[in-house]
Write a protein that binds this ligand. Structure first.
Ligand code: NI
Length: 177
């Protein structure tokens, strides 16, 4: 398996909606997920969506382990999510800083639903159905946006809340998604 190059904002492939996966338990799907995992790990990312490595399929992975480098990040279990469907729970929205492996070195303040239900499948076609909140909910919304061709800067309400990580958070290391 391999670490693949991550497409950066400006590449038109990041703006295309992704297609659903039709067959599970295939060598192609396994290889895609292995490459995504290798790429996310190599870049210390919190998540990655298939279109970020140029594959136009509805596959995202994410997960954050308790890490001294990211003391404020909650633990999010490593998850492979195929053909996701998101349903917000309630109307509460919260803004927090996000980064993205496709927008390296930048951070922006992004409003997201605080609570949501997400459904989909794992790599073997087993159903996933979870209700989550806060950081976990944020990561899922960020990754699933990639499947609709949406990058987080498109959701920033005030462009003064967008900038280089080194200027906004001097000396801090923060994971990108
Ligand atoms: Ni991203």
């Amino acid at each position: 398996m391999a670490v693949r190059p991550v497409l950066r904002m400006g590449d038109p492939r990041l703006l295309q909606p992704s297609r659903p996966v039709k067959k599970f338990r295939t060598a192609e799907l396994q290889a895609l997920i292995a490459d995504m995992r290798d790429t996310m790990d190599a870049l210390d990312g919190a998540g990655l969506a298939a279109p970020q490595i140029g594959v136009n399929l509805q596959v995202v992975i994410f997960g954050v382990q308790k890490n001294p480098r990211y003391p404020d990040a909650e633990d999010v279990p490593f998850t492979i999510l195929v053909n996701p469907k998101l349903t917000p729970i309630g109307e509460a929205v919260d803004a927090a800083w996000e980064g993205c492996l496709s927008v390296p070195g930048m951070r922006g303040l992004v409003p997201r639903f605080v609570k949501l239900r997400y459904q989909g499948f794992d790599e073997n076609g087993r159903k996933i159905d979870r209700r989550v909140s806060d950081f976990h909910a944020r990561v899922v919304q960020h990754e699933c946006d990639h499947l609709d061709g949406i990058l987080y800067p498109m959701r920033i309400r005030d462009m003064r809340d967008f900038g280089f990580t080194e200027e906004l958070f001097p000396g801090e290391e923060i994971a990108e998604e």
